[in-house]
Design a binder for this molecule. Sequence first.
Ligand SMILES: [Cu+2]
Length: 173
Amino acid sequence: MNKKLVVLSAVALSASLAIAAFAHSGATGVVKERMDGMMAMGKAMKSIVLIVKGAREYDASVIKNAAKTIQNHSGENMVSLFPKDSKKQSASVAKDEIWENWAEFKVLSQHLHMLSVGLEAAAGNGIRGEEAANTTEASALTAEMLAAMPVDQIFPMITGSCSSCHSKFRAEK
Ligand SMILES: [Cu+2]
């Protein structure tokens, strides 16, 4: 990347961060709490992406910490931060569909929790590169099965879990 492009993308990045911070600043109570939790999970995913891609030296403790952060902010802990009336805050982009499809929302959050438990157990397994591409039917997975998998096979399941909930239950800013 040339120097001008680097500067431009740095400006674009700080602008998008500023927008995110602004949108976030109106949130209070459970809405702020769940946003903080989501942001923490985003940071956790960023902390491991280069390791998973094989671009940074493998470090099981970094994988483990990221998995624990996701555990803390998914499952019951996540759904408890979505009480029905919390939609009323204008800072929130949570869709009404959450409360119309509460059981489905809960299942998605619990699935993410299960994946993060599996990721923690698999932290010592390393990455397998190309071979990890074979996928397993998501609905048939258990944390025990995940515990035997390479980390780069679990990672895309986690990003898929984040985006499958966002695409259905989170509106665009
Ligand atoms: Cu926010």
